[in-house]
Design a protein around this ligand. Structure first.
Ligand SMILES: [Zn+2]
Length: 97
C-alpha cells in the first residue's frame, strides 16, 4: 500500500480543479487562502478536521448518554465539544431515521 503525503490539496471549490491553484497568503485566523487561476477566485482551504476512530466516537456517545455534558465529554477525551455535539447530532438523526 502506498502512503500518501499528508499535504492538504488545493482544490478550487468553483471548478474543482487542482491545477493552477496558488497560495494567496493566509487570512486573519490563519487559514490558508488560495487563488484559482482559472476562475480568478479566492477561496480558503477548510481546516483539516482531526479524524477520530469509530471507537472514540462510540466512547464519546456512551459517556454523553451516561449523563455527562458535551463539554465534559470533550474534556475527558481531549477533543472539542463541537466535535462531540456533532457526533451526538449525527447519532440522533440516525436513530430517529
Ligand atoms: Zn477554479
Amino acid at each position: 500500500m502506498k502512503t500518501q503525503p499528508q499535504e492538504s490539496t488545493r482544490r478550487c471549490p468553483e471548478c474543482g480543479k487542482i491545477e493552477h491553484q496558488v497560495n494567496a497568503g493566509k487570512n486573519r485566523s490563519g487559514t490558508q487562502r488560495c487563488f484559482c487561476n482559472d476562475c480568478k477566485k479566492y477561496y480558503t482551504l477548510n481546516p483539516k478536521t482531526r479524524e477520530y476512530s469509530e471507537e472514540t466516537r462510540k466512547q464519546a456517545l456512551k459517556i454523553y448518554y451516561a449523563g455527562v455534558s458535551g463539554r465534559g465529554v470533550g474534556k475527558i477525551l481531549g477533543m472539542s465539544k463541537a466535535n462531540v455535539y456533532n457526533w451526538i447530532k449525527k447519532n440522533d438523526t440516525n436513530t430517529t431515521g
